[in-house]
Structures are given as structure tokens and as C-alpha cells.
Design a protein around this ligand. Structure first.
Ligand SMILES: [Zn+2]
Length: 127
């Protein structure tokens, strides 16, 4: 147990260390919806060593959506642009939220995105 705790603490410290660079990359706004509300790093790949490509700077609302919250269709359209990001945590993370929404346009939007092909197939298989 103690080991897991330490690893988790180290991980958080590492993410905090990357936070400054992340905020700069995100231009101090949410990387999904551009809001500036309570921005924090969001960890897309919690099973891997923290790195910038696996983190997205997200607002409070988008972190809610990332952890399974439901969005209304208008809100989902504002997130759609994030699919065009070349940062995996930004594009793949938002793709998962859109997939959960089951909106009819999601498949096409993901097919058109710049997400790497293997990941894209894996995501589309969830639809
Ligand atoms: Zn947001």
C-alpha cells in the first residue's frame, strides 16, 4: 500500500512540474473549450509515465465531462474542434467524451480528425 501511495505522490509531483509548460502550450485556456475556469492538468494516460502529450489543460466543466459527465448536444459541438489537435490527450480525450454522447455526427468527426490511425480504429470500434 505504501508503495502505491508514494508512486502516486511522485506522479502528482511530476505532473505539477510539467504544469507550467502545459499552461504555456494551452495559452492559459482550456484545451477542449477555451474556457478559463479553474484550469488544471488532466491525465489522459494514468498508466504511463507523465509526459506533456498525455496531459491536457482542462477547465472544471471539461474535467467533469472527462470523468463521465453528460453534455448537451450544443456543448458537444463546441468540443468538436479539439478533435483537430495534434496533442493525443486533447484529441483522444475529447473523442472519448464525444463517443459516449452517441451523437450521429461523431463517427465522421473522428474519421476526419488527425488522430493516429491505429488509435482512430480503436476509438471507432467503441461506437
Ligand atoms: Zn473546457
Amino acid at each position: 500500500m505504501a508503495k502505491g501511495y508514494n508512486t502516486n505522490q511522485e506522479r502528482l509531483a511530476e505532473i505539477n512540474r510539467l504544469g507550467k509548460e502545459l499552461a504555456k502550450r494551452a495559452r492559459f485556456s482550456c484545451e477542449w473549450c477555451s474556457s478559463k475556469d479553474d484550469l488544471r492538468p488532466w491525465d489522459h494516460t494514468p498508466d504511463h509515465e507523465p509526459e506533456l502529450s498525455g496531459l491536457a489543460l482542462l477547465c472544471r466543466r471539461c474535467r467533469e465531462l472527462a470523468s463521465g459527465g453528460t453534455a448537451d448536444p450544443n456543448e458537444l459541438h463546441t468540443l468538436r474542434n479539439a478533435l483537430w489537435s495534434d496533442i493525443p490527450a486533447v484529441a483522444e480525450g475529447v473523442a472519448l467524451v464525444l463517443i459516449r454522447s452517441r451523437q450521429p455526427w461523431v463517427r465522421e468527426a473522428i474519421e476526419e480528425s488527425l488522430i493516429e490511425e491505429a488509435t482512430k480504429s480503436r476509438l471507432l470500434a467503441l461506437l
